[in-house]
Design a protein around this ligand. Structure first.
Ligand code: 13P
Ligand code: SF4
Length: 350
């Protein structure tokens, strides 16, 4: 990256000192992640967002839903900013508030809303988290989805899982031992979600038809291919991958799990990683004694994570240092209050 920009970022960061707290998700570019005070997966960043209550500004290097969650979890006097407001998430956009309200009505018409607990993946808007909070449900991330589903099924007979059908299905089948036939997919673009009342009554998991546009692109054939290409390889994938990909892999886990697994792996071991490319490249550079390959070379970066680049970070830090708060993420108070219920339930999971 441009050394003049690096210098400007360093100068602005130094000028801000303890007034700013910079958080960086593992999928961020190297040029940005080097300025993060804390790096993490979405769970760790949610937990750590409020770790520095004296910092006036929380600079969130990640995507919109993460910055919203940070705003909900931090103190009222702290201001959360997202260096590029266009850094959204296509998966979060797949569940709109009004669609979820309609889905709940469909469940009510089928007589199952009372026995259904909503669970929303962190990768959803604050409005969906608020809906979940109001209806007795919890947020989950890829590192605690199993515990969240167990929690929900202790409180109800069914789960409405939003918006990532793959995380929901993978967790239900591979961690909880449910059958694929216990899961149905609710399509928000079809009348009644494309499901009959009987299907809704029979299902344990009602999976929202959403997916990650990055992880959803890995194919089961890539797992077969990489095993041929790299002898002795261990295939490690993120649970946002499709069920057949996860079934073919050796290990599955969140970004934090992937990092810890690679850190603990012996020298000389070979790994194929099914997750975002910035993270895979970083791990390959960090472990020159291990062979780390990308599971499928046709899959690329998360384009919205990548929107936060060094020029955006420099602009953000310099404007903050000049006392000007741009790119602020401020969740409307009522939404924040209800979303906080669901986030707190996640943070309190055993
Ligand atoms: P985790 O940070 O929970 O691994 O989730 C990955 C992801 O897609 C974030 O957008
Ligand atoms: Fe959204 Fe997938 Fe990008 Fe994560 S990696 S921000 S889930 S599109």
């Amino acid at each position: 990256s441009d050394p003049r920009l690096v210098e400007r970022a360093e100068a602005a960061r130094a000028a801000l000192g303890d007034r700013a707290f910079v958080l960086g998700h593992h999928y961020q570019r190297d040029e940005v992640i080097r300025f993060a005070d804390v790096t993490g997966d979405s769970f760790k960043l949610a937990r750590d967002a409020a770790a520095r209550p004296d910092a006036e500004y929380v600079v969130f290097c990640g995507v919109h839903f993460m910055a919203e969650s940070a705003d909900i979890l931090t103190g009222a006097e702290q201001q959360v900013v997202l260096p590029d407001l266009a850094a959204g998430c296509s998966m979060a956009d797949m569940a709109e508030y009004q669609q979820v309200v309609e889905a709940w009505d469909v469940l009510a018409d089928a007589g199952v809303a009372d026995v259904t607990v909503p669970v929303t993946y962190m990768n959803s808007t604050a409005a969906i988290k608020a809906f979940t909070g109001e209806h007795g449900g919890t947020v989950c991330t890829s590192s605690n989805a199993e515990r969240a589903l167990r929690w929900a099924l202790e409180r109800g007979q069914k789960v409405l899982f939003m918006p990532d059908q793959h995380l929901g299905r993978n967790t239900a089948v591979l961690e909880l031992g449910l059958q694929l036939s216990d899961c149905v997919v609710y399509n928000p673009h079809k009348r009644d979600g494309g499901l009959t009342r009987e299907q809704l009554r029979d299902a344990t998991m009602i999976l929202w038809q959403g997916h990650c546009s990055v992880h959803g692109r890995f194919a089961a054939s890539s797992v077969v291919e990489v095993r041929e290409r790299v002898p002795g390889v261990t295939v490690l994938v993120h649970p946002e991958c499709r069920h057949d990909v996860v079934l073919g892999a050796d290990l599955v886990g969140s970004t934090e799990f992937i990092i810890q697994t690679l850190d603990a792996a012996p020298a000389g071991s070979a790994w194929a990683l099914g997750t975002e490319l910035n993270l895979v490249r970083r791990l390959a550079n960090r472990h020159p004694d291990k062979r780390i390959v990308f599971l499928d070379r046709t899959v690329c970066y998360c384009s919205t994570m990548n929107r936060i680049d060094l020029p955006h970070l420099v602009r953000q830090l310099e404007t903050l240092a000049a006392g000007d708060v741009v790119n602020r993420i401020a969740v409307e108070p009522r939404t924040a209050e209800n979303a906080r219920l669901a986030l707190d339930r996640m943070l309190a999971l055993p």
